[in-house]
Design a protein around this ligand. Structure first.
Ligand SMILES: *[C@@H]1O[C@H](CO)[C@@H](O)[C@H](O)[C@H]1NC(C)=O
Ligand SMILES: *[C@@H]1O[C@H](CO)[C@@H](O)[C@H](O)[C@H]1NC(C)=O
Ligand SMILES: *[C@@H]1O[C@H](CO)[C@@H](O)[C@H](O)[C@H]1NC(C)=O
Ligand SMILES: *[C@@H]1O[C@H](CO)[C@@H](O)[C@H](O)[C@H]1NC(C)=O
Length: 368
């Protein structure tokens, strides 16, 4: 009966939508990114499980910092997490940033792509601070994995790590360490979008609630293209489009939120899937803001502390400042924020900006 041309045409017609629906499964995606291997997944999982169980069983767990804590508590530290796939070009500037500050107040962790011959500084604050790392690729979930690895390592390493700031080799500080520390832990007015609810406690120097400084945007025009980059229904049912968010991968999380990130399994199952469209695939810009929106939006400021210039963006890269542009005026301009008293960090700077930045470090950047 299939000899009938009508039936043949009809069955072909019928099979078109089926083919359309199944196509992504039949034809492998054209992306070039390497999927995360099972071995790497299991390694990470065991690290995350250790970090989660140790952190929640520790009685002096400073995750309570996210609710209430005294500014006089000397134990709270900032964990600076550097994610890099090249040399730490601004290491001398960061050395200067931390100069004279007690290591009771901070820790540093570096995740360097092992496939790149990254120079490990033999002196200064980065010495001995490189953690077990795996390969990272642009437009792939490996950047999310690397960030989670940094968070888990820092959670495990020191129960006093209370804030976790993710930075890259192209980031520079805009203030002294003292200013950064006071802004995050002490100042009741630093975050101008979330005035303290209890002025009495503020007067005593007690922060009622610590928030994560993470950009969260829901009305970005390209959001839909990013959402369907893995297939129309790929993110369902865990992440409906209404819950999908975008924001910078350079954020500062509370310990409570760092734990949320390393404990997550269900969203990671979705975001680790490879994309069909590499030009719309930046999982690190979606995973964290989406997860924290779903877990605890009230605990997030919805803005980042790392200034970036997206004017004239090329190929998904922000504007990169050159040595001739470095001036006290530029530093002042980069600090200006609509949300907080100031931005604390900025990116991106070309490596040869180091010398001009060093020249104004003491007189401009760290003078506050
Ligand atoms: C890595 O860089 C160092 C210093 O530049 C050099 O001595 C070494 O041979 C390099 N190693 C590789 C594997 O390229
Ligand atoms: C702050 O302190 C004053 C005086 O001690 C008191 O009357 C007031 O109720 C307190 N406010 C809050 C929000 O606890
Ligand atoms: C941002 O970059 C543009 C060039 O794309 C430049 O003209 C502008 O001055 C920069 N803005 C700031 C605040 O540096
Ligand atoms: C602050 O808001 C104004 C008005 O919306 C905008 O023009 C400006 O670019 C914003 N500044 C920063 C640093 O985002």
């Amino acid at each position: 009966m299939f000899s009938s041309p009508f039936v043949l045409a009809f069955s072909l017609l019928l099979s078109l939508p089926i083919l359309f629906f199944l196509a992504p499964r039949i034809f492998p995606p054209s992306h070039t990114s390497v999927p995360i291997s099972l071995d790497d997944e299991l390694d990470d999982l065991s690290l995350f499980n250790r970090a989660a169980s140790q952190s929640s069983s520790n009685p002096s767990n400073p995750s309570r910092v996210s609710h209430i804590s005294s500014s006089k508590n000397p134990k709270l530290k900032i964990a600076f997490l550097f994610l890099t796939n090249s040399d730490l070009h601004f290491a001398p500037l960061w050395d200067r940033f931390f100069l004279g500050s007690s290591t009771n107040l901070y820790n540093i962790y570096v995740h360097a792509d092992p496939a790149v011959n990254v120079t490990r500084p033999s002196t200064g604050v980065f010495q001995g601070r490189f953690i077990a790392a795996k390969r990272t690729y642009r437009a792939s979930p490996t950047l999310v994995s690397a960030t989670r690895r940094l968070l888990a390592t820092a959670l495990l390493d020191d129960p006093a790590n209370a804030y976790f700031a993710v930075l890259s080799q192209f980031c520079v500080p805009l203030h002294s360490f003292k200013y950064v520390y006071r802004s995050l832990f002490v100042s009741p007015s630093f975050d101008s979008t979330s005035p303290e609810s209890d002025p009495n406690l503020s007067r005593l120097g007690i922060r009622v609630r610590y928030k994560s400084f993470i950009e969260i945007i829901s009305n970005e025009p390209r959001l839909w293209k990013r959402y369907v980059a893995r297939g129309r229904y790929a993110m369902m049912p865990d992440v409906p489009f209404e819950k999908f968010r975008v924001g910078s991968q350079f954020f500062t999380l509370t310990r409570r939120h760092a734990l949320v990130v390393i404990k997550d399994r269900s969203l990671w199952r979705k975001f680790k899937m490879p994309c069909y469209r590499e030009d719309e695939c930046y999982p690190e810009e979606h995973y964290f803001p989406t997860l924290l929106t779903m877990a605890d939006l009230d605990g997030c400021t919805k803005y980042t502390l790392t200034r970036v210039n997206w004017t004239g963006t090329v190929n998904g890269h922000p504007y990169t400042y050159r040595p001739t542009e470095i001036s006290p005026e530029l530093i002042h301009r980069l600090k200006e924020s609509n949300y907080s008293e100031s931005y604390l960090f900025a990116r991106k700077f070309s490596p040869d900006c180091l010398q001009p930045l060093m020249r104004i470090a003491k007189s401009v950047i760290f003078r506050d």
